[in-house]
Design a protein around this ligand. Structure first.
Ligand code: ADP
Ligand code: ZN
Length: 564
């Protein structure tokens, strides 16, 4: 695809410079353009900031007719259209929030034989819900004016991805209605299984796939234990490393956004919050202030960021646990788009995991109510969706708990990429910290922890199990008379954090299930451990070993003698 002699090569070069002001192409841009202009269906995985828009805007300019672009958010669409109009490329969008008269004007233009638009943007719900739009597309197609269909943020099609949007599921109809119109699917995030799901749902045929490394060498990754002093820690971190620079702080809830913003304002940072319950004008105002550097820091839910085009974001902080490795990678990807060194710091506490998990189960119930009208999505699917989401979350927990492996390596392995961690060049906390490590067999400790869960009646939390294992005589332990349990104190010789890493590994690997016991949304959430008998059988009786990596400075681990 990189051959220079396509009939349009010259025209591409000229327009790339003249209209878009670019001196060259970025990796894969030329290849993607050649493939889609050859009439193939194309699937593109390109990291945020890689330059996906050009791969359809340039062909749209050169090919006769109109390029239909499906994009998830109106704010994103408006931003794109503003840029296109500035470059004198006629473009329009159709959406429910347009005035009726405006909408009619656009439709009239689309119906004219000399329709001026090169690009027409719509949201997926428009495709799913508007017969007017579908008829309009049929008419364009009939007049040979529908030149290409672009699906932006294509991972939203997949239920197994991290940002499923039910309306994206309806987009398969486009390929059914217009089988000969090439489709270009774009995303900055997809694992192999999500990619398969997207290709299938959209009905792409013999599709050409371009994928690029997801490694972002200029981003520095670290995970920091989240304590009660978390906000002071964040203030200090920004002050020492990024004072007066621009950044995003991702928070779990709307309340958290406001709380964090308030605290940082008190500390003298130019800071605002951004979340879903603000009205659209307020949100747009905050985003504008941030774009113009009138404020430096935005404390936001994940609603903020898609399509953000600010090149000089110097840090992305996660105040709480992200819901998936994919989501995390994408959120971090908003930092350092100009290629300059930028920081990604995640504040992690295990209790956030319980909180997020609870939010997911509430969300799954809502999701199944909301989407029951879709044929590919029903109650059973919603159960599976919760399972997938929980799995995604556990991958994220194990990312945080891992204090040995290169952060880049873990992320890239997740995307199915090979990576040699020596290429990290000590730009993640684990690579900085660890010069060498050893692999250790922790099966005997794992067996003791499983047994301890059973001995305490499968009705206490992970932290309680760890207390008992380490031999604590706290009030809680005494209240349940757990100081008398066999194995009380069996793990007291272990290095700090070691038993907890092993226990969490058992939860992540599903040997032990963590069941939410009682909760209210912002208040206390507690959970208890239950043994997954089927899974532990293999470890207890089938000779399955549990191997973990440890920094080579940690002493060898053998389970202690039990004082029973
Ligand atoms: P993505 O959608 O992949 O996140 P964009 O399409 O928004 O990325 O592009 C990111 C930025 O890179 C934009 O500011 C765009 O103008 C710029 N850009 C894209 N292609 C090129 C290129 N070939 N040369 C220079 N800048 C480019
Ligand atoms: Zn590393």
């Amino acid at each position: 695809w990189s051959s220079r002699d396509f009939s349009w090569t010259k025209e591409l070069e000229v327009n790339n410079k003249k209209v878009f002001g670019n001196h060259s192409f970025r990796p894969n841009q030329r290849e993607v353009i050649n493939a889609t202009m050859s009439g193939c269906d194309v699937f593109v995985l390109m990291p945020t900031g890689g330059g996906k828009s050009l791969t359809y805007q340039l062909p749209a300019l050169i090919n006769p007719g109109i390029t239909l672009v499906i994009s998830p958010l109106v704010s994103l669409i408006q931003d794109q259209i503003m840029h296109l109009l500035q470059a004198n490329i006629p473009a329009a969008y159709l959406s429910a929030n347009l005035e009726w008269a405006e909408q009619q004007e656009i439709l009239r233009e689309l119906n004219s034989d000399y329709c001026k638009y090169k690009l027409l943007y719509v949201t997926p719900e428009k495709v799913a819900r508007s017969d007017v739009l579908l008829r309009q597309l049929e008419s364009l197609h009939g007049r040979e004016l529908l030149s290409r269909i672009v699906i932006d943020e294509a991972h939203c099609v997949s239920q197994w991805g991290h940002d499923f949007r039910p309306d994206y599921q309806g987009l398969g109809v486009l390929k059914q209605k217009f089988p000969n119109t090439p489709v270009l699917a774009l995303t900055a995030t997809a694992t192999a299984s999500v990619k398969e799901d997207v290709v299938q749902a959209l009905g792409l045929v013999n599709c050409v796939v371009f994928r690029q490394s997801f490694n972002r060498p200029n981003l520095w990754y670290s995970v920091v234990p989240k304590t009660k002093k978390c906000l002071e820690d964040i203030d200090k971190f920004i002050r020492e490393n990024h004072f007066d620079e621009c950044g995003i702080i991702y928070c779990l809830s709307r309340m958290d956004c406001e709380k964090v913003a308030e605290k940082l304002q008190e500390c003298g940072h130019k800071c605002a919050f951004y979340h879903g319950s603000m009205d659209p004008d307020q949100r747009a105002h905050v985003q504008r202030q941030w774009s113009k550097d009138e404020i430096n820091i935005i404390c936001a839910t994940v609603a903020f960021g898609m399509g953000i085009n600010k090149p000089d974001v110097r840090f992305v902080i996660h105040h709480s646990l992200p819901k998936s490795v994919e989501g995390y990678h994408q959120e971090c990807g908003r930092a350092g788009r100009d290629g300059q060194r930028s920081s990604c710091v995640l504040y992690y506490s295990y209790s956030d995991y319980i909180r997020v998990k609870h939010m997911l189960s509430v969300g799954a119930v809502e999701q199944s109510n909301m989407t029951s009208g879709y044929s590919r999505f029903n109650a059973t699917n919603s159960g599976r969706l919760l399972e997938t989401n929980t799995e995604n979350l556990l991958r994220m927990v194990s990312y945080c708990e891992n204090d040995v492996d290169c952060r880049r390596l873990i992320q890239l392995v997740h995307f199915g990429e090979k990576f040699d961690s020596s290429n990290c060049h000590k730009t993640c906390d684990n690579c900085v910290k660890i010069t060498s490590f050893v692999e250790k067999d922790v099966t005997e400790i794992a067996k003791q922890l499983v047994e301890l869960v059973k001995l305490t009646g499968q009705k206490v939390s992970a932290s309680h199990i760890l207390e008992v294992y380490r031999g604590s005589l706290s009030q809680m332990v005494k209240k349940h008379r757990h100081e008398t349990v066999r194995l009380h104190g069996a793990g007291k010789h272990l290095a700090k954090g070691e038993a907890s890493r092993i226990l969490h590994h058992l939860v992540v690997e599903d040997f032990i299930a963590e069941v939410v016991k009682k909760s209210d949304f912002y208040g206390s959430v507690s959970s208890v451990l239950k043994v997954n008998e089927q899974k532990v059988r293999n470890m207890l009786f089938g000779g399955q070993r549990i191997i973990l990596r440890f920094p080579s400075s940690v002493k060898a681990s053998k389970p202690g003698k039990c004082d029973s």
